[in-house]
Write a protein that binds this ligand. Structure first.
Ligand code: PGA
Length: 264
């Protein structure tokens, strides 16, 4: 795992956007795995700017989101489809037909949606780079603690912890779903590279368990220790509980010296 501790959330967004831009410049047909949540929003803002000034184009890019609530229509303002439209897709030159979420429309069998999602990812040759956040309970996607590390795309019940964490995004009397379809841990692990962003002190413990703890379904993000190409971008607060902070900083300085800007 490459662990990079940056000054603040803006540097994390900048570092994330730089890596995504480098991938798209290298491969205009790139397949990106996307995440919702608060963390990637600033990075999406920077990608929108890069697209507006013509630095990158998403016209040939395909995207797969990690997850979607079950029981919300795609045009519901709280659906992750709506979130992605607002935060990214409406502002870039992507073909919406090439943007996928595991959406289960009314009357459709969720298991069929899950199976098809896996097939759709395979049919485009897999995901080149998966963007991830991390839940304060160590989840990735909606793979809650005790999710099988061999799991594939499926329906998951959200933990009380996650429902409480996300309640800030819902009005007091608004319906908040507690079921979702999420890529599994094993689905995520098949991405050729992984870019995980975490900011804020409330992520510090989960970040420590992910990087320095044992590989365990108690912290699904810890499975990433078994992936060959993971970059973790942290702000100081999210990295504050790591034991080996000094080592990560030194390694990053040396890697930057050795590999320079080509190291995305
Ligand atoms: P957040 O969510 O970015 O809103 O903190 C991250 C996650 O739950 O994966």
């Amino acid at each position: 795992m490459e662990v990079i501790i940056l000054k603040d959330a803006d540097e994390v967004a900048e570092g994330g956007a730089r890596r995504v831009c480098a991938l798209i410049r290298q491969n205009r047909n790139a397949v990106l795995g996307l995440a919702t949540g608060t963390t990637p929003v600033a990075m999406y803002g920077k990608l929108i700017s890069a697209c507006r000034i013509g630095e990158i184009s998403f016209s040939e890019v395909t995207t797969f989101n990690l997850d979607e609530y079950l029981g919300l229509a795609p045009d519901h303002p709280q659906s992750y489809r709506s979130f992605m439209q607002r935060q990214l897709f409406e502002h870039i030159d992507i073909d919406t037909d090439n943007t996928y979420l595991p959406t289960c429309r009314a009357g459709t069998d969720p298991e069929t949606v899950c199976r098809l999602y896996e097939e759709q990812i395979k049919s485009v040759g897999g995901i080149d780079m998966q963007i991830l956040g991390i839940g304060s309970n160590g989840h990735i996607g909606f793979n809650e603690p005790m999710s099988s590390l061999a799991s594939r795309t499926r329906v998951k019940t959200l933990s009380e912890h996650t429902v409480a964490d996300n309640s800030r995004l819902f009005e007091p009397n608004e319906y908040q779903p507690s079921l979702a379809i999420t890529m599994g841990v094993a689905t995520i692990m098949e991405a050729r590279r992984i870019l995980l962003l975490a900011t804020g002190p409330h992520k510090a413990r989960a970040v420590r368990e992910m990087i320095e703890g044992s590989v365990t379904s108690r912290c699904p993000a810890s499975a990433l220790q078994l992936h060959q190409r993971v970059t973790v971008l942290l702000d100081e607060a999210a990295g504050s509980e790591l034991e080996s902070q000094g080592y990560y900083k030194r390694a990053h300085e040396q890697n930057t010296e050795l590999l320079g800007a080509s190291n995305f």
